[in-house]
Ligand binder design. Structure first.
Ligand SMILES: [Zn+2]
Ligand SMILES: [Zn+2]
Ligand SMILES: [Zn+2]
Length: 565
């Protein structure tokens, strides 16, 4: 069936397989299936709504609302919510059921849930088990990392997002197993490289796109197993090194110019319709080892998934953001691991099952509208019921939610604990203050960044100036730089300066938010278009994230393999 999105009015399709899935994931209460209806928002508006529940990158200094110690948190000092430090949140000194509320039949259920959210402690940041990495979020198993987000098992990395198993990687997006590198985007297995886009197993290279197994390449596109190439021209090692010394003086200006050059070369290169490997019957982008999954992005090992992002090992899921660790049969949920047979949840993990409209749940079963419970079952608004009472009341609540149109929808944007501009929604679907309020969002008006009253420092063009002068290093570390784009002040950390000096990278002149935004525009939106291969004579069709009006030549897998590889 074709439906019209309630928010943006665009038409979208709901297939028979989709309807079957909604039925399969619907709760069975007292032997009766209480069906979840087809969505009323288009896939993109649903992504946007889910994204408003993730403040990934905006960190504040605040205090733990339990032990009062200073903490770094995703809740601004003016937030009405109760952030707890990791130690307090995971401790036994509080129990979610102590916040239990009675269900009031005459009040919309999700309004009551919102009241509960305001009372129950919330994790200051979503980053367990890290070492010396206070300023990170959505991240686990990291050591000596700073301002990395949605990133696991990295060491000495900073200013990056969606990086996995990386060492000494700065300013990068969506990379795996890379080291000693800077400004990588969509790369795996790359070493000692800078400014690479969609490259794999490529070392000692700069400003390259879609290169594989290459070494010592500069401004190259679509090369395989090559060495000593500049703009795809094969040179001798001596000539290569001589030319590189002229082409690459390691200044911000030359880096910007070479990057602009690369983007021009990239535009004229044929592109594969998808980034990914070892997929079977899949669509989306940046996916690997997936099967029967559609409209999925930045994911590994998904099966029978749809409209899902940043997943790893999940099956039978729709509309999930960060579903990991054997999650299965889940609809519209955000941040989950090992979650089963559930819908409309946030941060549920550790074997939870049959949860609806719940958040921050650890090992719970059969709960509805709950927050911050550990190993509980048959709870509603954190209140304990018998199984019989639970079933009866859940059926009643679902009936009432049906009458207001809330049943079958994710938490409304108005329940997000953050300002729209604090969330990842604003990175992918930027709105003005007024536009955000119009769709039910809030807006964070205050900045809370520490005031900088000193004089701004203007970095030297050449990093060598710092390598040879300890007093220059001190001056740089002791002051702030004014972002050349946004005017926002930012500081250079010692860890960062050491990295730049080792890799001969000029001191950045833009704030890390601007650098993040620049990497983000290199990636396509989370949306697929049905198109035909643009190679002459080929009529293969596919779903691709490249829209019809894009200038690039988009090829089917066969044509791409023949022409580029
Ligand atoms: Zn829409
Ligand atoms: Zn605490
Ligand atoms: Zn083709």
């Amino acid at each position: 069936m074709t439906k019209q999105c309630k928010q943006c009015s665009k038409e979208f399709k709901v297939t028979d397989a989709d309807l079957e899935f909604y039925k399969k994931v619907s709760p069975t209460i007292s032997g009766e299936v209480l069906e979840i209806p087809a969505p009323t928002l288009c896939p993109e508006c649903r992504i946007q709504r889910r994204f408003t529940f993730r403040n990934e990158r905006k960190l504040y200094s605040n205090k733990c609302h339990s032990c009062q110690k200073p903490i770094v948190t995703i809740y601004a000092p003016n937030s009405p919510y109760q952030p707890y430090c990791q130690a307090c949140w995971y401790s036994d000194k509080w129990d979610g059921v102590s916040f239990a509320m009675d269900y009031e039949p005459n009040k919309p259920f999700l309004e009551q849930f919102k009241d509960l959210m305001l009372k129950v402690p919330r994790l200051a940041v979503m980053s367990p088990n890290n070492e010396n990495s206070e300023y990170i979020n959505g991240a686990t198993g990291n050591k000596d990392c700073y301002l990395i987000f949605v990133s696991d098992h990295n060491e000495n990395c900073a200013y990056s997002e969606k990086i996995l198993n990386c060492l000494d990687v700065f300013d990068s997006t969506d990379c795996e197993k890379c080291d000693y590198s800077y400004q990588l985007n969509g790369c795996t297995g790359c070493s000692r490289s800078q400014y690479l886009i969609d490259c794999h197993n490529t070392n000692d290279s700069k400003f390259c796109f879609d290169c594989r197994g290459c070494n010592d390449c500069f401004l190259c596109t679509g090369l395989r197993q090559k060495q000593f190439c500049i703009e795809n021209q094969q040179l001798s090692e001596t000539d290569y090194r001589k030319r590189i010394a002229e082409l690459d003086p390691h200044t911000q200006k030359s880096n910007d110019e070479n990057m602009a050059k690369l983007l021009k070369l990239k535009k004229n290169m044929p592109h594969s319709f998808i980034h990914g490997n070892k997929n079977e019957n899949c669509s989306g982008d940046y996916i690997n080892n997936c099967k029967d999954s559609h409209d999925c992005y930045e994911s590994h090992y998904l099966e029978n998934a749809k409209f899902s992002i940043a997943g790893n090992r999940a099956k039978d899921i729709y509309d999930c953001y960060v579903p990991v660790d054997d999650t299965d049969l889940v609809l519209e949920s955000v941040s989950m691991s090992n979650l089963h047979s559930s819908a409309f949840t946030f941060a549920c993990y550790n074997g939870c099952r049959n949860l609806y409209y719940s958040e921050y749940m650890d090992g719970c079963h059969n709960c509805f509208g709950c927050s911050g419970l550990k190993k509980k079952e048959f709870c509603i608004l954190n209140k304990q019921y018998t199984e019989e009472e639970y079933n009866k009341l859940v059926a009643q609540i679902i009936e009432s939610m049906k009458s207001t149109g809330a049943w079958g929808e994710y938490f409304p944007i108005s329940l997000s604990p953050y300002g729209y501009n604090e969330t990842v929604a604003n990175s992918y679907f930027p709105l003005t203050n007024e536009e955000a309020l119009k769709i039910g969002g809030k807006w964070q008006d205050q900045d809370f960044a520490p005031n900088y009253g000193g004089e701004f420092y203007i970095p030297h063009e050449k990093i060598e100036e710092y390598v040879s002068s300890a007093s220059e290093c001190d001056k740089l570390l002791g002051s702030a730089i004014k972002c050349s784009t946004s005017g926002k002040p930012f500081r250079i950390t010692k860890q960062e300066l050491t990295f730049y000096m080792k890799q001969l990278i000029p001191i950045p002149t833009k704030h890390y938010d601007e650098r993040f935004a620049e990497r983000l525009v290199l990636r396509n939106a989370y949306k697929v278009y049905h198109r035909e291969c643009m190679n002459d004579g080929c009529t293969n069709e596919f779903d691709t994230t490249y829209a019809e009006d894009r200038p690039e030549k988009i090829l089917c897998e066969k044509c791409y393999q023949r022409i580029v590889s």
